[in-house]
Ligand binder design. Structure first.
Ligand code: HSE
Length: 432
C-alpha cells in the first residue's frame, strides 16, 4: 500500500466534498489502486463552521502557509480561490518545497500560472487543475492523455454554468436578463458579485488553460477577447428560435493563419448542434481533431461532488504517473502566438435593426450592406412586435462576412434618421 499524504487549504463546498469523498471511498480506492490517501492537515477561514465532513482528526492550521510545514505532505490541494494573494503564495511555496499541488483555481492559473508552472517543472512536481475547467468533465486528462497525439483543430464549448442557467431561464420563462439574474442570486446559483461569470471572464480563464493544452500556447490571458450575456435581450432569444437557433455563451479556441483566436461571446447556435441543447448549469465541450469530427462532452461544470471528482482524479494522476507534464508540454516548448484580429474573422452575423416603419427603409438598409459586399441570407420583419411608436424590428442574418466590413455598413445605417435604436449585433456560429 502506497501512502499519499494530503493537506487542504479551503473548506467550502468543494473542500468538504473532497474530504467526504475520500473518507467514503477509502476502501474502494485502496482495493482498486493500492493507494491510501491520507489527509494530514486542513485550513479554512472558520474552524467551527458547520460542514458535511468531520475535520477533528486533521491538524488544523489557522494560516494555510503552515500546512506546508506538516511533515511528509505530498500533495497540497488549494481551494482558497484568490486570483493572486494568498492562493499564489501558498501554491508557489508548496511547489518550491517540492510538494505537488492540485487546484480548482482557474483565475490564479490563467492570470498568474506561467510563473507557477515554471517552478513546478523546475522542481519536478506537478501542478494539476482538472477541477478548474468544466468541473466534473475530464477534459484536461482527455486532451493530455487520450487525444494528445491527434492534432486538435478547434475546441469550443459552454464553460460557465451561471450564464447558461440564466440564458436557459430567460427562454423558459420569457424573462429579461436582469429579472433572471436576481432570481439566480436569490437561489444562490449566481454569486452576489456575478461580474466574472456574466461578463465572460470566468469562461475566458478556463479557455486560456484549454488553449494551452490544445495548441501549446503560452498561458496568456491577454489573448482572450470576451463579451458576456448582459446585453442579450429576450426578443433576441425569441428571434433566434424563429431562425432555428438558440443563444449560448460560447468559448472557442483555434489557430487561424498561425495566430491564436481565443474568444468568448454570445452566439446563435443551430438547434442541430449539440451545444445548443445544453441547458441549465451544465457545461459542454466540443473538440474537433484531425481524426474526430466531433468529440462532445457534457456534464456538471460546478458543484461539490463534481468538482471533488476532478480533484480526486488529479490525486490519482500524481500518485500514479511521474512522467506526466502539468500542461502536456515542457515550458520551453510553449509557443508565444500572436492574437488573431477578430475584425478579420469571417462568419455569419445576426442583426436586429429597429427602424421607423416607412416605405423604402428595407431597401436602404440592404443597399448599405450591399455596398460593403455583405450578402444577406435571411430577413425577418416582425410585425407582431410593432408598437405604438410605429417602429419595426428588422432581423437580418448575413452570409459569411468579415466583421470589419459589417461594422462599416452598420455605422452608415445607424446614422440614418429612420433608425431608432443602436443595432444589435450577435455572432452566429460558423456552422450556422
Ligand atoms: N462560476 C462558475 C460557473 C463555477 O458558473 O460555471 C465553476 O467554475
Amino acid at each position: 500500500m502506497k501512502n499519499i499524504n494530503i493537506c487542504i487549504a479551503g473548506l467550502g463546498t468543494v473542500g468538504s466534498n473532497v474530504i467526504l469523498s475520500l473518507n467514503e471511498n477509502n476502501d474502494y480506492i485502496k482495493s482498486k489502486t493500492n493507494l491510501s490517501f491520507n489527509i494530514l492537515g486542513v485550513s479554512a477561514k472558520n474552524k467551527f463552521k458547520k460542514r458535511i465532513c468531520d475535520i477533528k482528526n486533521f491538524t488544523w492550521c489557522e494560516n494555510p502557509l503552515d500546512l506546508l510545514n506538516i511533515k511528509d505532505c505530498n500533495i497540497l490541494i488549494e481551494l482558497i480561490g484568490e486570483e493572486k494573494g494568498l492562493s499564489f503564495d501558498l501554491v508557489k511555496q508548496a511547489l518550491e518545497k517540492k510538494i505537488h499541488v492540485v487546484t480548482a483555481n482557474k483565475a490564479l492559473l490563467a492570470m498568474n500560472g506561467s510563473e507557477l508552472f515554471k517552478i513546478a517543472e523546475h522542481n519536478n512536481v506537478l501542478l494539476l487543475y482538472e477541477a478548474a475547467v468544466a468541473g466534473g468533465i475530464p477534459i484536461i486528462k482527455s486532451i493530455k492523455n487520450s487525444i494528445y497525439l491527434d492534432k486538435i483543430n478547434k475546441i469550443s464549448g459552454i464553460l460557465n454554468g451561471t450564464t447558461n442557467f440564466i440564458l436557459t431561464e430567460m427562454e423558459k420563462f420569457n424573462l429579461d436578463f436582469q429579472e433572471v439574474l436576481k432570481r439566480a442570486q436569490s437561489k444562490g446559483y449566481a454569486e452576489a458579485d456575478p461580474t466574472n461569470d456574466i461578463e465572460g471572464i470566468d469562461s475566458a480563464h478556463k479557455l486560456t488553460l484549454l488553449s494551452t493544452l490544445c495548441f501549446g500556447s503560452e498561458i496568456n490571458f491577454k489573448n482572450n477577447k470576451f463579451s458576456g450575456i448582459g446585453n442579450i435581450h429576450i426578443e433576441d432569444i425569441h428571434n433566434a428560435k424563429k431562425l432555428g437557433c438558440r443563444i449560448k455563451l460560447i468559448s472557442e479556441s483555434q489557430i487561424i493563419e498561425g495566430k491564436i483566436i481565443n474568444v468568448t461571446e454570445p452566439r446563435l447556435i443551430k438547434i442541430e448542434n449539440p451545444l445548443a441543447n445544453v441547458d441549465g448549469v451544465i457545461n459542454a465541450i466540443n473538440v474537433e481533431t484531425k481524426h474526430l469530427q466531433s468529440l462532445f462532452y457534457a456534464g456538471e461544470g460546478a458543484g461539490g461532488k463534481a468538482t471533488a471528482s476532478a480533484i480526486i482524479s488529479d490525486l490519482f494522476e500524481i500518485s500514479n504517473n511521474s512522467k506526466s507534464l502539468s500542461l502536456g508540454y515542457k515550458i520551453s516548448e510553449l509557443i508565444s502566438f500572436q492574437s488573431f484580429d477578430l475584425m478579420e474573422k469571417i462568419s455569419p452575423y445576426y442583426l436586429r435593426i429597429v427602424s421607423k416603419d416607412l416605405t423604402g427603409v428595407l431597401s436602404k438598409i440592404t443597399s448599405f450592406l450591399n455596398e460593403s459586399g455583405i450578402s444577406i441570407e435571411t430577413i425577418l420583419q416582425i410585425p407582431e412586435n410593432q408598437n405604438n411608436n410605429n417602429s419595426i424590428p428588422i432581423i437580418i442574418v448575413t452570409h459569411d462576412t468579415k466583421k470589419s466590413s459589417l461594422m462599416i455598413a452598420l455605422e452608415k445605417i445607424e446614422k440614418q434618421e429612420f433608425i431608432l435604436e443602436k443595432i444589435v449585433l450577435i455572432n452566429m456560429d460558423k456552422n450556422y
